[in-house]
Design a binder for this molecule. Structure first.
Ligand code: SPV
Ligand code: MN
Length: 624
C-alpha cells in the first residue's frame, strides 16, 4: 500500500476512509493526506452529498458556537471578528514561481516563501479539532461548465455556508475522478477567541495557480474563506484563459419582456453596487447573483450560475425595496445572518430593514448599545454595513426555471455597472462588442464600498468589476474578452448602467426601481423592439420609451426634466474619465491590446467634436 493510502487509513475512521477512497483521484488523496499531516486534526469528517451529512455540518457550526439558532425555525446567526468584516485585499496574493509575472496591478508574492509562510500558519492549526473534507461543484453538475472542488476547513460555518451556496460535488467527483481538473481549498480559522479568529495579523489568502490550490488562514469572513466563492473565481479565470471561455463577476437573470418573452442578461458590477438587487428585480427571474461562467456552445454564448445560493448584503433589504429577499429572510427556512444585530428575543436586525432599530443587543463588537465606540474609535453601527445573509436560490419565489440547466442559458445582453456619481448616464448601449468590452467593461471606475477593508467612496479603476479577482495580466484578460465573441454570429449587446448618478444637490437621481426600467429597455433593444439615440459613446433610450416603461411597470410619471437631467451627456467628465483610464493602461498594464487605445481615442474625438458643437453638457433632446 502506498504511503498516502496508509496515512489516510490510519487517520480516518473506516467509514470516512471508504468515502474518500470511493473517489478515484490520487491527486485529491494526496491533497487531503498532506493537509492532515500539516494541520494535525484530531479527527476527519468526509462529507458526501447525503442529507444527513449536510445536517451534521449545520449542527456542527452550532455546536462549535460559530452559529447560533435564532427564534425563527432554520435561521442562525454568525459573527466575524471586529476586524474581519470584509475581503482583505492587501493579504490576498498570488504565489508566483520564479519568472512568472502577472503585472504590477495584481498583488503577488514569491511562491516559495509565501507557501512556507502560509503553511507555517496551517501547521498544527487543527489540533484538537475536526477537519471537514467537503466536495462541491462549481456550475451545474454533469455539465460542460462543471468544475469539481474539494474544500478542507476546520470551520463548521464555512462548510455550512458552502452547503448552501454551491451544488453538492461528492457524486460529481466520484463520477469524473476530477479528470477535467479540479480545485483545492484549505482553510483554518486559526486560534479562536469567543469563536472568532484571533490572529488577524496572520490572515492570509494565498493563491497557487499552478497547483490550483488556495490557502486561507486566520479569518472567517466568507469572502476570505469560502473557497468556492472568490478564491475559486481567481483559479477559474486562469483555467478559462487556457481553455477559451470566461469566468466573470456577474449575475445572471431573466428579463421578462412583452408576450412572455424571457431574455437573459449577465451583469458585472463591483461589490455592493446593486448586483444582487438587479438579479432580484420584481417581476424578473433570478439565475444567480455573483459569479457566472460563459462558454460558446454551438456558436452561441451561454452562461451558468457558478453558485446555488446568495451571500448578499443585508443592508437596506426591506419589504419595499427588496421584497423577494425580504420575504425569504422573514419566513422559516435555512438562513444564515452574518454580522447583524441580535436582540434578547433572538431576532435579527439590520440597517435599512424598514423598522426602527433597537438601541441595544449583541453584534460583531460584542454587547452593543447605541452610540458604542469601537476599538478603532469609530461609532459601531447596529449591524455592519457589509453584514450579509446566506440563502439558497431554491428557496426564492423568483428562481428562474432554467437556474440549474446543465447547458446554461443564452446570453442576450451583458451589463457593466459601477458606482459613479457624476459621469455616466443611467444606461447606454455600446455600438458593438469590441467597444463594449473596451469602453464599458474595461473602463469601469467605481467608488469603493464596505465590501472590502479600507476607505469608502474613493473612485477606483475596476476592470469588468473583476479587478479583485483577475489572475492574468490585464491585457490578456481584455484580449480574452474581445476574442470570446469573434466567431459568434450575433454576440450579446453590451450595456453600461449607473444607478448612482447624483444631482447638484448631492441626491441620487434615481429611485430604487429605476434599474428595472433600464434592464427592461435593454431587453427591448436586444430584441430589436425600440430605437435609440446615438451619443458620442453609444446608444441611449428615447424619452417616450422610458416614459412608457416607467408608467407600465412602476406606475410612475417619468418627466422630460428627469430624463434630461439623467441622460445629459457630461462631455468634460467623460473626457476626464478617458484620460484616467488611458493613464492606467499606459502605465500599469504592460500588455494592453492596441485596440484599447484606439477605441478610447475614437471616443475622445467624438466627444470633443460633440462638445465643440453643443457645449460641455449635451441634452439628449439635442441629439435626437
Ligand atoms: C463581493 O464582495 O463581491 C461579494 C461578497 O460577493 S464576497 O466576495 O464573498 O466578500
Ligand atoms: Mn461579489
Amino acid at each position: 500500500m502506498d504511503k498516502v493510502r496508509l496515512l489516510l487509513q490510519e487517520r480516518l475512521t473506516d467509514d470516512n476512509f471508504e468515502r474518500l477512497m470511493a473517489i478515484d483521484c490520487a491527486q485529491m488523496h494526496d491533497f487531503v493526506a498532506d493537509a492532515i499531516e500539516l494541520a494535525g486534526p484530531e479527527s476527519v469528517f468526509v462529507c458526501t452529498d447525503a442529507d444527513e451529512d449536510l445536517a451534521y455540518i449545520r449542527q456542527l457550526a452550532i455546536d462549535k458556537g460559530e452559529e447560533t439558532p435564532l427564534a425563527m425555525d432554520g435561521h442562525t446567526y454568525h459573527f466575524d471578528g471586529y476586524n474581519d468584516q470584509a475581503r482583505d485585499k492587501a493579504n490576498t496574493k498570488y504565489l508566483l514561481a520564479e519568472g512568472a509575472d502577472l503585472g504590477v496591478s495584481l498583488n503577488s508574492t514569491d511562491k516559495k516563501s509565501g507557501t512556507e509562510e502560509v503553511r507555517s500558519f496551517l501547521k498544527g492549526s487543527m489540533a484538537g479539532r475536526q477537519m471537514l473534507v467537503c466536495f462541491f461543484c462549481l456550475g451545474p453538475t454533469d455539465s460542460e461548465f462543471s468544475i469539481p472542488c474539494v474544500q478542507i476547513t476546520d470551520s463548521g460555518y464555512v462548510a455550512h455556508s458552502e452547503c448552501m451556496l454551491y451544488r453538492p460535488g461528492y457524486e460529481e467527483f466520484k463520477r469524473t475522478g476530477g479528470s477535467g481538473g479540479f480545485f483545492k481549498f484549505i482553510h483554518t480559522g486559526g486560534e479562536l477567541e469567543n469563536a472568532v479568529s484571533r490572529n488577524i495579523d496572520k490572515r492570509r489568502v494565498y493563491i497557487d495557480l499552478e497547483e490550483n490550490i488556495v490557502y486561507s488562514t486566520n479569518t472567517q469572513y466568507a469572502g476570505n474563506t469560502v473557497g468556492l466563492k472568490k478564491l475559486a473565481l481567481r483559479l477559474a479565470i486562469n483555467k478559462s484563459s487556457q481553455e477559451g471561455w470566461l469566468a466573470e463577476h456577474m449575475f445572471v437573470m431573466g428579463s421578462h419582456g412583452p408576450g412572455g418573452r424571457v431574455t437573459y442578461f449577465a451583469g458585472a458590477f463591483p461589490s455592493a453596487c446593486g448586483k444582487t438587487p438587479t438579479s432580484m428585480l420584481p417581476g424578473q427571474t433570478i439565475i444567480g447573483d455573483d459569479i457566472a461562467y460563459l462558454r460558446k456552445i454551438d456558436g452561441k454564448i451561454r452562461c451558468v450560475n457558478v453558485e446555488s445560493g446568495i451571500f448578499g448584503i443585508i443592508r437596506d433589504v426591506n419589504s419595499k425595496d427588496d421584497p423577494v429577499i425580504y420575504e425569504s429572510l422573514t419566513k422559516p427556512g435555512e438562513v444564515i445572518f452574518g454580522n447583524v444585530l441580535i436582540t434578547d428575543d433572538l431576532k435579527p436586525h439590520w440597517l435599512g430593514m424598514g423598522a426602527e432599530l433597537p438601541t441595544e443587543g449583541l453584534n460583531y463588537s460584542g454587547k452593543w448599545q447605541k452610540g458604542k465606540i469601537g476599538p478603532d474609535d469609530k461609532e459601531v453601527t447596529a449591524s455592519h454595513k457589509n453584514a450579509r445573509y446566506t440563502v439558497r436560490i431554491s428557496a426564492l419565489s423568483n428562481r428562474d426555471p432554467q437556474a440549474d440547466a446543465p447547458e446554461g442559458v443564452p446570453v442576450g445582453g451583458v451589463i457593466y455597472g459601477g458606482r459613479d456619481s457624476d459621469t455616466l448616464v443611467p444606461i447606454e448601449q455600446a455600438f458593438d462588442w469590441t467597444e463594449g468590452i473596451v469602453a464599458k467593461g474595461a473602463s469601469i471606475e467605481s467608488e469603493t464600498t464596505s465590501a472590502t477593508l479600507g476607505a469608502e467612496g474613493v473612485r477606483k479603476f475596476n476592470i469588468m468589476s473583476n479587478m479583485d479577482f483577475v489572475s492574468l495580466p490585464l491585457g490578456r484578460y481584455i484580449q480574452n474578452n474581445l476574442d470570446f465573441a469573434k466567431d459568434v454570429e450575433s454576440p450579446p449587446l453590451i450595456f453600461s448602467v449607473n444607478y448612482f448618478l447624483k444631482g447638484e444637490d448631492g441626491k441620487y437621481l434615481n429611485g430604487m426601481f429605476g434599474k428595472m426600467v433600464w434592464v427592461l429597455w435593454a431587453e427591448l433593444r436586444v430584441n430589436g423592439d425600440v430605437e435609440a439615440i446615438e451619443t458620442p459613446t453609444g446608444l441611449i433610450p428615447k424619452y417616450e420609451d422610458l416614459a412608457g416603461l416607467f408608467k407600465e411597470n412602476l406606475s410612475e410619471d417619468y418627466t422630460k426634466e428627469q430624463y434630461q437631467e439623467q441622460f445629459t451627456i457630461r462631455t468634460a467628465n467623460l473626457l476626464a474619465k478617458i484620460v484616467r483610464v488611458e493613464e492606467i493602461y499606459k502605465t500599469k498594464v504592460s500588455d494592453t491590446p492596441q485596440i484599447v487605445f484606439e477605441v478610447l481615442d475614437t471616443h475622445r474625438k467624438r466627444l470633443e467634436a460633440a462638445g465643440a458643437k453643443y457645449g460641455d453638457l449635451i441634452s439628449p433632446f439635442e441629439l435626437v
